[in-house]
Write a protein of this length. Sequence first.
Length: 191
Amino acid sequence: MEPITDVWELFPHQRAVRAFADRPVPDEHVTKVLQAAMRAPSSQNGMPWRFIVIRDQAQKDALSPIYERCFDQVYGTNAPDRAAGRQPWSQVPVLIAVLTEARNGRTSMMTGASVYPAVQNLMLAARALGLGTVMTTLWRLENDAIREVLAVPEGWEIAAFVPVGYPETPMGKSRRPPLEGYVFEDRWPQE
Ligand SMILES: Cc1cc2nc3c(=O)[nH]c(=O)nc-3n(C[C@H](O)[C@H](O)[C@H](O)COP(=O)(O)O)c2cc1C
């Protein structure tokens, strides 16, 4: 995929990429996407996020079967994704775990609201550099096992795992419906 600098091209071309080329992601690109994530808004500019960048093969190998088990649990072993070449995490060039601080031991819509904009910034920045990403949360089914691999301390929750790499095949624009039915004027439409 080509890099994109026109922001209006960036939005429709930021797609879920689940299969990556066997091509390393330059460290300076990883730094750039993390800097973009740091620019995200958060409540009171609290930046309640941390990023764990996973490049170590042993770590990827430990996480990979956990994600596969979660995937199978939800979609079964014959899911179409498999045929479409979704890669196991062990083969993904870089995995970024995004963590958020659990205030008073709890996460809520408010904590999510202060971390997912950072995830989106990260993914848009990656796409601008020609990299593919996919937001994932399926692994939550085995959250404890994942936490153990990453040695996540109490008080922190993993909000997303984002695989990052050059896409195996270029992807076109995302498919989305027109605004109609999703946007209302002034109030919820009355029957
Ligand atoms: C909250 C959330 C959780 C998601 N979890 C997963 C996941 O666990 N695994 C996965 O492969 N994709 C996951 N996705 C990616 C969605 O499937 C993807 O964004 C959606 O299908 C749109 O894809 P497109 O932009 O390529 O059209 C998730 C997306 C969001 C926003």
